[in-house]
Design a binder for this molecule. Structure first.
Ligand code: SF4
Length: 274
């Protein structure tokens, strides 16, 4: 399904005032429900996307990166070939589940590409839902405004590679100014929100030396997760022929570099003491 012309003109208006939208919650909600937010996927209940919480998951199309190991490449390269999921239907589904879910995970693609993201998040907020955002850190200004406007409760940011331009370009598939990534990291660290940094280890691209460098650049962080590369349906088909790390090596990387959440470390201490 293509974007409607009404959706496109609405987007232009939002471009003019990215962070704000006046009016009552009812008025805002009516306007936003007529918008087309490019929602390309919806999972009603997930236990894994927001650790410790039950969340619904919303996938938005488009991303500025071209990570060769990406599994969401249809959303990244050809979002127009995936039908839009009407936001009104999403809101109905959320209403049906509001007793069971803690909140909504907004992921992509890269959600911060959309200038009207604040309007979408405000819809969830106006229904009393918590919001977790997944981002690749490429739009620190957008993330800062979402935080300033109180539209997010948690942000999970992928740190793809060591923070130098050559390495980042290799792993993200496009030129990336590492200063932008550093800025996002700084904003998140000082946000006071639930913040998680994540790195996917990729054979030949992101291994132990790269993990060490990323961890050093991050400094003290509340949580850092190491994720495994999967050689299935990758953006660059050559990566589907790579061998995945064996479990033992992956677990070693995880235990050496992850920063667990406070509850996880407390339970580890408890188990050790017990
Ligand atoms: S893995 Fe890379 S290309 Fe794929 S959605 Fe994430 S940032 Fe974009």
């Amino acid at each position: 399904m293509k974007h409607s012309s009404r959706g496109a003109s609405r987007e232009t208006n939002d471009n003019e005032r990215p962070g704000g939208h006046g009016g009552s919650p009812r008025q805002r909600s009516g306007d936003a429900l007529r918008n087309n937010f490019n929602i390309k996927g919806f999972i009603s209940t997930s236990l894994v996307d927001w650790p410790g919480k039950v969340s619904s998951v919303i996938f938005l199309g488009g991303c500025g990166f071209r990570c060769p190991a990406c599994h969401n490449h249809r959303l990244v390269l050809h979002p127009e070939t995936v039908d839009d999921y009407p936001v009104a239907d999403v809101m109905k589904q959320l209403k049906r589940r509001d007793k069971w879910i803690d909140g909504v995970t907004v992921t992509g693609g890269e959600p911060t590409m959309r200038k009207d993201l604040p309007d979408l998040l405000r819809l969830f907020r106006d229904r009393g839902l918590k919001v977790k955002l997944d981002t690749n850190g490429s739009n620190p200004g957008v993330v800062a405004r979402l935080i300033d406007h109180g539209l997010v409760d948690a942000i999970f940011m992928d740190v793809k590679a060591p923070l130098d331009a050559r390495r980042y370009a290799e792993v993200a598939g496009v030129a990336v100014d590492p200063r932008i990534i550093r800025r996002s990291i700084g904003i998140l660290k000082s946000s006071g929100l639930e913040v998680v940094f994540r790195t996917t280890v990729v054979p030949g691209l992101v291994e132990e030396p790269e993990l060490r460098s990323i961890r050093e650049s991050l400094g003290r962080v509340p949580r850092f997760i190491v994720q495994p590369f999967r050689n299935v349906d990758t953006l660059n088909p050559a990566f589907s022929r790579k061998r995945e790390f064996d479990l033992e090596r992956f677990e070693l990387m995880r235990s050496s570099y992850e920063v667990p959440s406070r509850t996880e470390s407390a339970s580890h201490r408890f188990r050790r003491a017990g």
